[in-house]
Design a protein around this ligand. Sequence first.
Ligand SMILES: Cc1ncc(COP(=O)(O)O)c(C=O)c1O
Length: 365
Amino acid sequence: MAESTVAVPPTPRARVLAVGEYHPPLGNRDALRLDFNENTIGCSPKVCEVLRRISASALSGYPERESVEAFVASHLQLRPHQLVLTNGVDEAIHVLFETFLGAGDELLLPVPTYAMYAVYASATDAHVVTVQAADDLQFPFENLIAAITPRTKAIAIANPNSPSGSIATRSQIVEIARRAPRAVIFVDEAYYHFHGETVIDLVGKIPNLFVARTFSKAYGLAGLRIGLMAGPMESMGWIRRVISPYSVNSVALACLPAALQDAAYVDWYVGEVLAARAEFESALDAAMIRRWPSRANFVLVEIGRRHAQFVESMRAAGVLVRDRSSDPGCDGCVRITIGTREQMRQAASALRETMAELRRSGESR
Ligand SMILES: Cc1ncc(COP(=O)(O)O)c(C=O)c1O
């Protein structure tokens, strides 16, 4: 019997059809990169030394993560089974949601926040329920508590948050975990080093608390794709069933101990960023640009309706910044990563030129 069927491209699940496209503007970044909250000068020289010594034979074997996981766990005063290394925090989010979110479940998301929570949740059958921050963009604690229902299965809190730079306090996080006892409380500490406060010590003590950290920011290793998630031991067992055993590559595993051991480098970089942030904030104030207080290595500013032109003019002046105007509650806003003092003086001077140009060519708000 002749087959008359003509093959067609397969249709994805309905939820995937509804996922918005997320294309970070990563092309053509040969400039001062203040657009992705990366370390702006690079990783510790000790990591570069390890990189130079990596042999062909080390690359030919599958990556073995367990011994490095034990090393990292002990560095963070956790038990080995409480920690999993991940391909960046992004994989931690992906795997956590895949493990715990099912049909009828809700993810509670204070917004604006990091885009990938909604992206990965959309690939599950759960619903995303957003809780909008007020105009001050502070963590919407009361409204988040009020939004908890018996269907709340996960709550994602970036602490500090991006793009706002705001924080949730330790007591707020503890209270949220208590009020949503069936839910996974995911605290994303990607910007921990710039804030200096953590709840990672509560892992294992609060049975529904999960904490993630990245090596993409203060450590300067975004290109290696390495992060971690810590959580209660039995839950991490489920995570291990879902995660790919080889998602963290051998190069990242080889570099990680050197990165962690060179605390002096990270401390120096963080100190530099904090000093630069204070200086840059004064420059913003002098230019009468509204900004939100930040506990991270970036600052959100309000440019107004000409935000896109601002981003383009800054680019023309050699400084990349990130338009966040389409984030909920961020109309007209741009996020500027903080680098070293020298880099931020260059950024401040580009900013002054850009503002003058916007004023010359018309209303800037
Ligand atoms: C809050 C937050 N979490 C996670 C990430 C991504 O981290 P990673 O590079 O480890 O996937 C980012 C990156 O911008 C972020 O802002």
